[in-house]
Design a protein around this ligand. Structure first.
Ligand code: 4AD
Ligand code: MG
Length: 434
């Protein structure tokens, strides 16, 4: 007798077997019946398999329950795996026993739904093949990133998400009433990661990040996950070298181990195997020249947007670095470039095919007077940064680090047209539900 706890095999395994007795646990992905025969495509996290139930060969109650079950009802099926070239995975199950675990209600998602509706029912749409694959890919990106940092001797640290010290944009902070005091949701763990290099030397934080950005683009999330390594005794050139190795490791490991998954999104393994160091390095100044040659109206001092990022990476197979940006458009903690005092020692990594900035990094000012001058120049309230300034008073050392937006990386690797599908529950300018 089947029960809820009967051991089942993953569908991917069943697809490779024939003539064997099998049990699968899953959800009804598609279903149709005709003349006492019922065809159900069952889904689990490893794949889909067609199951054929014959009314004459089954317990009548079990058949009835299966017949009445909805799409997405949860079920346990026992049967025999049979090779069938016409079946989607090459193998079908002839069902002998069926247990409908929860028939539930009619599933609200049918074919051809608007993107807005699918976002409204995101908690259910996560069961779609597209979202299953995307969420698996996201998890693999997490895994490879951590593995690389682990192999390179980093300690994973955590930083507070509630803070008074904004790191990046200032204007885009979410304000929180902290028992009558003003606090913010963090927009980067960097400043805290910097505090920890004095004890752990090579650290990274991997955490949610909040930006009250009023941009409605295909690459902006209000809440996203950022991976932020920070290294003592690192300069900008070393920082870039490390970043290209890091990104290459993620892309090529993914390509080698998950070709099928990439295929689901129309991405070839070969395109990602090419992501190997070195990546092209372009100064901001040269980037502006190039943009002007391509007909852009951007001039020195302007920030670059989605369109410029697309123009700069047009035809590129690998990400590129744009380094040495004007100090006015970069954060206060970046040191001035000794070779050109209009610019700072930083670099952004842009992904190919217009997938935009995936990494932002820089050296950090490590001398007290220089930091104070830049902070005042940037109009920051020094009271909120007392502890950060303190770090430059006791055994300060040169250091550098970067932040990688993991949803941006997933979007690029899977060639998604919108970043919202790189995170399970996207927070967008007009959406904080579900
Ligand atoms: O360039 P950003 O703002 O850099 C920092 O926050 C630094 N403190 C990081 C550091 O040096 N530790 O953000 C870093 C990355 C970007 O390159 C991008 O990939 C991602 O975070 N990002 C976003 N991803 C999704 N939605 C948004 N609104 C994002 N803003 C930045
Ligand atoms: Mg940036």
């Amino acid at each position: 007798m089947l029960d809820l706890y009967t051991r089942a095999a993953p569908i991917s395994e069943v697809l490779g077997s024939s003539g064997k007795a099998v049990v699968v646990k899953g959800w009804i992905h598609r279903k149709r019946s005709s003349g006492g025969k019922l065809f159900a495509v069952v889904r689990d996290r490893t794949g889909l398999i067609q199951c054929v139930a014959d009314k004459g060969k089954m317990d009548a109650q079990q058949w009835d329950a299966l017949d009445k079950a909805y799409l997405e009802s949860s079920i346990v099926l026992r049967g025999t795996a049979r090779k069938d070239d016409r079946a989607p995975g090459g193998v079908e199950i002839d069902v002998s026993e069926a247990l409908v675990v929860h028939s539930g209600e009619q599933f609200p998602i049918t074919e051809y739904q608007s993107p807005e509706f699918l976002l409204d029912v995101r908690h259910l749409w996560l069961r779609s093949q597209r979202m299953i694959k995307a969420m698996q890919a996201r998890s693999y990106v997490f895994r490879y990133a951590r593995k690389f940092l682990d192999k390179n001797g980093f300690f994973e640290i955590t930083a507070p998400l509630l803070t008074r010290a904004g790191g990046e944009t200032g204007a885009n902070l979410f304000e929180v009433d902290y028992f009558g005091q003003k606090a913010f949701l963090t927009e980067s763990s960097q400043l805290y990661a910097e505090a920890m290099i004095y004890s752990l030397e090579k650290v990274y934080s991997f955490a949610p990040t909040f930006r009250a950005e009023k941009s409605r683009t295909t690459k902006h999330l209000i809440e996203f996950w950022m991976l932020e390594p920070e290294m003592a005794y690192f300069n900008n050139a070393q920082n870039m070298k490390f970043q290209e190795k890091f990104v290459s490791y993620i892309a090529t490991s993914f390509a080698k181990e998950h070709e099928d998954l990439l295929g689901h999104f129309g991405v070839s393994k070969d395109s990602l195997l090419k992501i190997r160091p070195p990546f092209k390095r372009l100064s901001y100044e040269k980037a502006i020249d190039l943009l002007q040659q391509k007909g852009s109206g951007k001039k020195w001092g302007d920030d670059l947007g989605v369109e410029e990022e697309r123009l700069l990476t047009e035809g590129e197979e690998k990400p590129i670095f744009v380094h040495s940006w004007p100090k006015e458009i970069k954060a206060f903690y970046m040191p001035v470039n000794p070779k050109d005092d209009r610019t700072v020692l930083c670099a952004d990594m842009l992904a190919p095919n217009g997938h935009s900035e995936i990494v932002g990094g820089s050296e950090r000012i490590w001398r007290l007077d220089e930091l104070l001058a830049r902070m005042k120049e940037s109009g920051l309230n020094l009271d909120n940064y007392k502890w950060y300034i303190d770090l430059r008073r006791y055994g300060s050392v040169p250091h550098a680090g970067f932040g990688m937006g993991v949803e941006r990386v997933v979007k690029w690797l899977l060639n998604l047209d919108h970043i919202r599908d790189a995170i399970p529950f996207p927070r967008l300018i007009n959406r904080v539900e579900p």
